[in-house]
Design a protein around this ligand. Sequence first.
Ligand SMILES: [Zn+2]
Ligand SMILES: [Zn+2]
Length: 454
Amino acid sequence: MKFAHDYKQSLASQGFPPHWVAHAIPYGQLKKCLKKVQRELQELGLDAETLRALLDPNTDSPVALNYSLNPSSSSKLVRPKLTVNIHLHEGNIIDASLAPTTRHFFEKIASGFAPDSSESEGETKPVDISRAETSDEGTRATPQTVINGNGAGHEKHDIIEVPLVSDGVFFDILQSDLGGLDALQATERDQLKKEVKEIGKQVSQVSRPTRFSKSDLDHWRHIFELYLDAEVFFATHEQEHGARSSQKALQQLQWFQNQVQKQQLVASFKLAESRSAFSKFLELNLTLLKHLQFQELNMLAISKILKKFDKRTALGVSRAFPNAISSRKMISGDIAKEVCARISNELVSIIPQINDYLCPICYSIAYQPVRLGCQHVFCIRCIIKIQRRKEECCPLCRARVVMDASAENIDTELEKFMKKYFLPEVKEKQRANDIERGVEVFGEGYTRSECTVM
Ligand SMILES: [Zn+2]
Ligand SMILES: [Zn+2]
């Protein structure tokens, strides 16, 4: 009762677009259907307690039940199937522990009769047309008789499918709604990917490195650095590796926004287009967050209804259902995951990040970049140092290429690129190199003094 209410409230109050809400898991409808499942089972004498006892694999009762959720071969949907394995002696079930209704029912279906349905609603009749069409199992309640070798015809071992209707309806509803959610996600995902592309175009316009016209390159680089640090939707460090909950994602997004504000990155944009691109970027992240919240809510509804199903029937669907559909992609991969990958591949990568241009030896920018024969790139100072030490092998791949390196190995294209995109880091590196060289020539006391014109 409480969850049904909360669920409705959350769907109505969290600002989800109406067409999403229309696709939400119909918890109330499923709950009603579950009542029918329970009633149907009870009429057969199969209340939760009896079912639990009969489904126990360790039971020594001659009547054993088996419930499975398997994909049917004719449709892509998972179908529930309850079978009973009965030992009969002279037409009677040998099990004194069964309640009279249960025993009566088993004897009836063992003798080939389907139970009478006292239900007036069409969908609870034992033979349901929609099921008959899609079921590839043939007519239900047909005993597959296995005559025991020593029974001389008097002892039989029957595997019979119990004719149930409502549980099939329940899983049909659930799966068709999951399918609907999936389709909705696919459309939304494509839309978001388009938006990423659009924002990308805008950002590359406003962040072109240029000497003569205005550019917000540094601002955007900084913004994206902060965004990567925030790891809004995915954590990559060890303690909390993996996808984030919507609550945590919201916190991270707020952190990012605060940092951007604190450092006045948006306020000091030179170009108005940068401001508009940034608000679109934020909007995109907020939409992703909404998706995450919506997905969590639907998953919660599914897990609640399956738990309720198990409480009332002991059929173990909380585990069986997710297992049965996991390979069928009914619950699609997180939309956040895919769109985030797009953001980092297509958007963040527009602005080169310094981390991709560091020398693997000294961890500062690899200026002036020396490309060894093995194609690994280091800064010139580090190469000079390892040549002096007569270390012949590339520190990354151990190829014997270090001693062959000369001024010709300086990658001039890359050098130009670094100057263009990372000018402050390049200047800093040059200064550090000068000091290092000065110390080599003049000894420890050397400090670099700028050439000043008196
Ligand atoms: Zn280096
Ligand atoms: Zn190498």
